[in-house]
Design a protein around this ligand. Structure first.
Ligand code: URP
Ligand code: ZN
Ligand code: ZN
Ligand code: ZN
Length: 487
């Protein structure tokens, strides 16, 4: 099946140009003006629209078993919702339990993801440390296309790791040419504050942000960056939500550290007042970590994205319905953490970013796909509109509008944190693997059509870090033999 996208303006991370795009056999075959449509080609009129790389969401949790339940969007429903919003690739997380084999867990997640409608890849979490973990990190990078390892600095008594694990794992990742990533929150501080709040009788969702103030994130981000820097490793911080963590990344980059930051669409536009909603279920529906923040943090996040100090946008899509959230009705620490967003990220970013002049169209492309593809080493197969790239494209209607609502979204969850938001800028058509999967409101997602995307390790980053590390190698001092020293 071939598709010709005719008459649009192609927007990439580098440029805009008037060009047609011809897709065939799952890849882009030609980009240029006045392309001919071979017989049997589906022609899409993109007049007045922008043709951009399909979005990449580098942070999702489809059907994640978490906090006593399982996230309600599975790999099919979640990726299908992504296609409806212009996102064609996700990077999800394999999260082995402490003492579980990383490779075994990776195989479990690969099995679950067979049903995905869009392309997918995996970060693998390191939740404990041993020689076996170290060996399996090698197996995953060598044989399974995993080039990023995740570390949770929060969720004490579950998947949290301490500084010892961070040190071992970051060093091993650097040795393998993989990138360590972190959920940066000081889990000991969170645990302490949670106990304190519960003892004071604060059991509702308002306790959630109170137990995870911005300093909790700032401290952990600073510590993770320091550990990476002293090992000569790069580091990627997921869901940066505060000015403190943004500042830590900015300082580190200014000092020459390869530190990267990801922002969630939700944190850019939702503030912490949601936790004080008198309706328990509404407040609980917003419980995710890190929590939503006082408004001035949003300015820091937008500025960080515009300045390039923060590079990617994601959703941390982790959907739980009201009955699941109700597990924490008497104790906010038991509310499953997570919110949905994969379907709405691109529109929210366009409406609040491009239409307000905070981001240019090329910056929009960079933060919704290209930078992720580069940081996680799948560029230019993904994140590009170029001959040879995967035919994962979105035909973006900058004048199209919609009102976001759980009543109309495709996500398998009963709540939408963007409920009622009117956005201008919508995915008119989405092409995934060369197939038209979303067109004028018609979702044609196919169960199992998504492909696993291998991400090889980073020869250039790891070489550069290795050269640096060699030049900074510690040296001893050659002294006279001890016998020459008179006591
Ligand atoms: O609240 C969240 N973010 N849930 C998913 C797990 C994580 O921390 O990313
Ligand atoms: Zn997290
Ligand atoms: Zn502040
Ligand atoms: Zn997450």
């Amino acid at each position: 099946m071939s598709i010709l996208i005719r008459g649009g303006t192609v927007v990439t991370g580098e440029q805009e140009l008037r060009a047609d795009v011809l897709c065939d056999g799952g890849t882009i075959k030609a980009v240029g003006p006045g392309l001919d449509a071979p017989a049997g080609t589906t022609v899409i009129d993109a007049g007045g629209m922008f043709v951009m790389p399909g979005g990449i969401d580098p942070h999702t949790h489809m059907e994640l078993p978490f906090m006593g339940t399982v996230a309600s969007d599975d790999f099919f429903t979640g990726t299908a919702a992504g296609l409806a919003g212009g996102t064609t690739t996700i990077i999800d997380f394999v999260i082995p339990g402490p003492n579980e084999s990383l490779v075994a867990a990776y195989k479990t997640w690969r099995e679950r993801a067979q049903k995905a409608a869009g392309d997918y890849s995996f970060h693998v979490a390191v939740t404990w440390w041993s020689d076996q973990v170290s060996d399996e990190m090698g197996v995953l990078t060598r044989d399974h296309g995993v080039n990023s390892f995740k570390h949770f600095m929060a969720y004490k008594n579950a998947i949290m790791v301490d500084d010892g694990v961070l040190l071992h794992s970051f060093a091993r990742a650097q040795e393998l040419g993989a990138i360590p990533t972190v959920h940066a929150e000081n889990g000991e501080a969170v645990f302490h504050l949670q106990r304190q709040l519960l003892a004071q009788g604060i059991t509702g969702p308002e306790g959630h942000p109170l137990s995870r103030p911005p300093e909790v994130e700032g401290e952990a981000a600073t510590r993770a960056i320091a550990i990476a820097n002293l090992l000569g490793a790069p580091v990627y911080i997921v869901h940066v939500s505060t000015e403190q963590a943004t500042a830590a990344i900015t300082r580190a980059r200014a000092a020459g550290v390869r530190a990267y930051g990801e922002v969630l669409a939700q944190h850019l536009v939702i503030d912490e007042s949601v936790y004080r909603n008198p309706d328990w279920a509404t407040a609980a529906a917003h419980v995710m970590s890190p929590p939503f923040r006082p408004k001035h943090h949003q300015d820091a996040l937008w500025a960080g994205l515009a300045a390039g100090q923060l590079q990617t946008t994601a959703t941390d899509h982790c959907a739980f319905c009201a009955p699941q959230k109700a597990a924490g009705k008497d104790n906010f620490t038991m509310i499953p953490n997570g919110t949905a967003g994969i379907e709405d990220r691109m529109s929210v970013l366009w409406h609040h970013g491009v239409r307000t002049g905070k981001l240019t169209r090329s910056e929009f492309v960079r933060v919704t796909s290209t930078n992720t593809a580069q940081i996680f080493n799948i560029f230019p197969r993904k994140g590009a509109v170029a001959v040879g790239a995967d035919a994962d494209l979105v035909v973006w209607d900058p004048a199209g509008t919609r009102t976001i609502s759980a009543k109309t979204h495709h996500q398998n969850v009963d709540f939408n944190v963007f409920e009622g938001m009117e956005v201008t800028g919508v995915a008119r058509h989405t092409i995934s693997g060369g197939k038209l999967v979303w067109t004028d409101g018609d979702l044609r997602a196919v169960r199992g059509a998504g492909k696993y995307v291998e991400r090889p390790c980073f020869p250039s980053v790891s070489q550069a870090q290795a050269i640096r590390n060699e030049r900074n190698r510690p040296t001893g001092v050659a002294r006279m033999p001890a016998t020459a020293v008179t006591p």
